[in-house]
Design a protein around this ligand. Structure first.
Ligand code: PBG
Length: 338
């Protein structure tokens, strides 16, 4: 704030500009539109749509349903969809071997969605956790998550995604050096138009809980050598913000086109700091737990569902975000009357 207000009460009455809808619209500082939304979507290998219990209103979609959803996104004015795979537990292993399968669920979903609605951007998570039986984002050796060996696997996964037609690669693993490795590999393969949105400041968070059900994630262990208990050796400590700025600076230097802060609402201070510090297209992920909290309270009659959805999404715009990855995207786009 450059200056204190010149007038004082009663000459200054802040409520004057709030007295009617037209004055409020006239002085509104930030606006949420469907163009701000990236639709977070779970896809599965079977047929049809399967509800996710802890996320009322969210369903896992078959490849065919995901293609239909891409058309729906186009009609709603939603620019992009981020897809997350639900893989049959019996097909997972410690190395997450299916992560780079060129004929796998992600490759098939990307192709079907781009065929159905080429104007809609498709974003893919670069991370091993949907494919590992232990649920971690990295390879494990003697109870430790290996960094560099994991990055090699992430590069194979990212290249597969880009070759399948994915527009935005979104590394969500928090290994060091993965953005540089991905960018170099994309250049070497002539895939220079593939965009990278890095999960740059991603925190070890309780708010990812419902996501584990949604994608059928392997159960994180209790600290054994095969499965260290939590993700705190790679995802960030929720107490830190200076570290977030260093993480973002690194990913920009390594070649990220866009950066992300995750989770969303509990980390709006980080969003604002990143926007102010780097002037990069900065996104926030309204994660599964944030979705579940709003829906659970609304279903109990404790919150007005529609107002809560739009107010929570609008908060990201006020904080300076370019957009929001959210499971509410189709709902919100309809409410916004696109
Ligand atoms: C995987 C990944 C996670 C989410 C997106 N990608 C979970 C995690 O890191 O543990 C969370 C999404 C959500 O909660 O909505 N790396």
């Amino acid at each position: 704030m450059s200056q204190a207000p010149l007038a004082a009460y009663p000459a200054l009455r802040m409520r004057r500009l709030r007295q009617a809808d037209w004055t409020r619209r006239l002085v509104r500082e930030s606006v949420l539109t469907p163009s701000d939304l990236i639709w977070s979507m779970v896809v599965h290998e079977g047929e049809g749509r399967i509800p996710v219990g802890s996320m009322p209103g969210v369903e896992r979609l078959s490849v065919a349903e995901a293609a239909r959803a891409a058309v729906e996104a186009r009609e709603l004015g939603i620019p992009a969809i981020a897809i997350f795979p639900h893989i049959d537990g019996a097909r997972k292993d410690a190395a997450g071997s299916l992560a780079s399968d060129p004929d796998g669920l992600i490759a098939r979903a990307v192709k079907a969605m781009k065929d159905a609605a080429p104007e809609v951007g498709i974003m893919c998570d670069v991370a091993l956790d949907p494919f590992t039986d232990h649920g971690h984002d990295g390879l494990i050796e003697n109870g430790r998550i290996l960094n560099d060996a994991t990055v090699e696997r992430l590069v194979e996964q990212g290249l597969m995604q880009a070759k399948a037609g994915c527009d935005i690669l979104a590394p969500s693993d928090m290994m060091d050096g993965r953005v540089a490795a991905l960018r170099a590999a994309l250049e070497a393969e002539g895939l220079q138009d593939a965009m990278i949105m890095s999960y740059a400041a991603k925190y070890a968070s309780a708010f990812y809980g419902p996501y584990r059900e949604a994608i059928g994630s392997g159960k994180l262990g209790t600290g054994s050598v095969d499965n260290p208990g939590d993700k705190k050796t790679y995802q960030m400590d929720s107490a830190n913000s200076a570290e977030a700025l260093r993480e973002v600076a690194l990913d920009i230097a390594e070649g990220a086109d866009m950066v992300m802060v995750k989770p969303g609402l509990p980390y709006l201070d980080i969003v604002r700091q990143v926007v102010d510090a780097f002037a990069m297209p900065t996104f926030a992920f309204q994660v599964s737990g944030e979705y579940a909290m709003i829906m659970a309270a609304a279903q109990n009659g404790w919150l007005d569902e529609e107002r809560s959805i739009l107010e929570s999404l609008g908060a990201f715009k006020r904080a300076g975000a370019a957009g929001v990855i959210t499971y509410f995207a189709p709902r919100a786009a309809r409410l916004l009357g696109s």
